[in-house]
Design a protein around this ligand. Structure first.
Ligand SMILES: [Zn+2]
Ligand SMILES: [Zn+2]
Length: 296
């Protein structure tokens, strides 16, 4: 994305290498569990054998961003930095609010199959302090809650590069065609895992106000074009989020101890077994068929 910003897609999530080869660097996000070797080898190829980052920084602690963080931190012997409101979800103190499969769309459907696990990154975990990103001078972190309580984005003013995690993504994860084709677009946070929509909208507006030149998201391809800042501004102004869903009229509330209040669980009209069968049928028939179904 820039001489000192590298982008690596691992499975369906992205990780970023920030720093110039030969200098200090950090890893932003760490993909799903099981991708540590892939990320480690990519880092060696970029920064040289035996090189290790100053730190791993996580935009938030969801499994697709923090999954391989501990394995990598142990391998490199480095700390993992997160916003303090993500800490309880990464020390085993609290689980994230449950995903909302009733919010509609492709990821919501798939969210029925994802386990809600408590995870503990143990002694590797550190809290970020005001706006500075350890090991990445020139960068600042910006609190962008909504998708998760302590979600952050990274921004560098000098060339207006913005790395957004899940606060803004560049693939429509609510549509099957978007998910399978990875067509580049501006989209709000992955809906079933977003637990405060007012905050998510405010965060999108804050990101748009940065008027970035380049955006690298947690999912989807990087975006860089002359009209990006204006498009993002329009997108953020018009963004409404889903019409219905567990967290639409009432957010999940969390503090430094984790979740303190949840809206009641909605009725899920698709029982697990049916969902599993549909999922298999969907694969058998191909994504195109489901896509038509999705669009109606
Ligand atoms: Zn997430
Ligand atoms: Zn994600």
């Amino acid at each position: 994305m820039a001489p000192d910003v590298g982008w690596l897609p691992v499975s369906f999530a992205n990780v970023y290498f920030i720093g110039r080869p030969g200098n200090k660097w950090i890893l932003l996000d760490a993909g799903l569990p099981g991708w540590a070797t892939e990320i480690f080898l990519a880092a060696e190829a970029r920064f040289g054998g035996g090189s290790r980052p100053e730190a791993i920084v996580l935009t938030h602690g969801h499994l697709d961003h923090a999954g391989s963080a501990l394995a990598l931190a142990n391998r490199w012997d480095v700390p993992i930095y997160v916003h303090h409101l993500e800490v309880p979800f990464l020390t085993g103190k609290s689980s994230y609010p449950p995903a909302d499969p009733t919010v509609g769309g492709a990821t919501a459907f798939l969210s029925r199959f994802l386990p809600t696990l408590r995870r503990d990154l143990g002694g590797r975990l550190r809290e970020l302090h005001q706006y500075k990103v350890p090991g990445a001078p020139g960068w600042q972190w910006i609190a962008t809650p909504g998708h998760s309580p302590g979600h952050i984005c990274l921004f560098r003013e000098s060339d207006r590069i913005l790395l957004t995690g899940d606060a803004l993504v560049s693939v429509n994860m609510d549509s099957w065609s978007g998910l399978f084709s990875a067509k580049r677009t501006l989209a709000g946070p992955p809906a079933p895992f977003t637990t405060d929509w007012d905050a998510a909208r405010t965060s999108l507006k804050a990101l748009a106000n940065l008027r970035p030149n380049v955006v690298g998201c947690g999912h989807g391809l990087p975006i860089s074009d002359a009209k990006l800042a204006d498009r993002l501004k329009k997108f953020a102004e018009r963004f409404r989020g889903p019409r219905r869903g567990r967290y639409v009229s009432q957010p999940a509330r969390a503090n430094e101890n984790g979740v303190v209040d949840l809206p009641p669980a909605p009725f899920d009209p698709v029982p697990f077994a049916t969902a599993a069968a549909l999922f298999c049928v969907g694969f058998a028939l191909g994504a195109g068929h489901l896509n038509n179904h999705d669009r109606k």
